[in-house]
Design a binder for this molecule. Structure first.
Ligand code: SER
Length: 341
């Protein structure tokens, strides 16, 4: 139980949660962090949170309990099924990704009503919210702005795009017909992430996973067959920059934000370019290509790069790692250490 302003992180056991918990523990050690995930936290981050709840975002009783016990004024709603996984169980994905998000938005609204302050609600969306119709259009579109090509082809992408709208509704139009001033308590802030690459964790169930999988496999000395063509290009970002961006956005002054949803980018290599730098670092690595046409189709519908001008202008998005630095200064050295080589 804590009546201090507290943080709730859902999906905290995933890749992004890992980095975010460490960042919050370092930057705001006095602010209690409560996590909710169907999986327990990795042992190295568990001691850094006040309370760890192993449970589901679909369980409203759990959320009511958090509501009764904590005074939450920041929510990081990270829990989701990723894009490849969601294509195997679309109805389940919709339940987790959409109903789960609705539960959390309701939770945040209730929290705000009970303590009277707005609740900053961070929501990670994705380049999967885009759907470019074909490769010539993708090549011609180049760096795509937020409001173009919002025609996703996956259940996950559709879920993310819809939840961006839900968040905007809770922030700006909630119960708009009620008498009196607006009762909206949710300060919804969303980033559309590119593919993320972490040196300490490997993603599960995503379609941009070929890049992180390639690097981790090479470092472990395992052969890897990449499931997309070498000329496939989408934006990527090193995990520390993703965590920095989250932190920057949630701490930005409200009045600086002109949008609820922001693209962010860092570098946009082809799969072949990723393979080449991995090969340079691990010359013995066995890397081949075995195209999975279906997953390839999904990646082909995602933009080659994103226009992140609004994030740079409004809240100073400034990734530290470009392609060379992401590999040379972060991924390769950290991964080598991790696998003991
Ligand atoms: N990287 C995620 C995926 O591939 C997209 O957000 O599913």
């Amino acid at each position: 139980m804590s009546r201090k302003p507290s943080v709730l992180i859902t999906g905290a056991s995933g890749e992004m949660g890992h980095g975010l918990i460490e960042r919050l523990a370092a930057a705001e050690p006095d602010r209690p962090v409560v996590t909710l995930d169907v999986n327990p936290l990795p042992p190295e981050v568990a001691p850094k949170v006040r309370a760890q709840i192993v449970g589901s975002i679909l369980d409203r009783e759990v959320l009511d309990r958090v509501n009764a016990e904590y005074e939450v004024d920041r929510v990081f709603h990270l829990a989701a099924l990723l894009s490849t996984r969601s294509e195997f169980s679309p109805a389940l994905a919709h339940k987790v990704n959409v109903e789960g998000t609705l539960n959390l938005l309701e939770f945040a609204q209730k929290e705000g009503e009970s303590h009277g302050r707005p609740v900053v609600f961070f929501y990670p969306s994705s380049i999967a919210a885009y759907g470019l119709p074909d490769l010539p259009t993708k090549a011609q579109a180049g760096r795509v702005a937020e409001d173009l090509f919002n025609v996703p082809t996956t259940m996950y992408g559709a879920n993310k795009l819809y939840c961006e709208h839900l968040g905007r509704y809770y922030a700006r139009h909630y119960k708009q017909l009620s008498a009196g001033p607006s009762a909206a308590k949710v300060d919804f802030r969303c980033i559309r992430f590119p593919g993320l690459i972490s040196a300490v964790t490997v993603p599960s169930g995503g379609t941009s996973d070929y890049a992180p999988e390639m690097i981790h496999a090479a470092a472990e000395g395992k052969p890897y067959a990449c499931f997309v063509r070498p000329d496939t290009r989408i934006p990527f970002m090193a995990m520390p920059d993703a965590v920095d961006a989250i932190f920057r956005l949630v701490t930005a002054p409200r009045e600086a934000l002109t949008r609820t949803v922001y693209n962010i980018g860092a570098f946009a290599p082809t799969a072949g370019e990723v393979a080449a730098v991995v090969h340079e670092a691990f010359p013995g690595a066995s890397m081949t290509t075995d195209v999975d046409e279906k997953r390839q189709g999904i990646v082909d519908s995602w933009p080659a790069d994103v226009d992140d001008g609004a994030a740079r202008r409004d809240w100073g998005h400034a990734p530290r790692y470009d392609f060379a630095a992401a590999f040379g200064d972060y991924l390769i050295p950290t991964i080598r250490k991790r696998y003991g080589g």
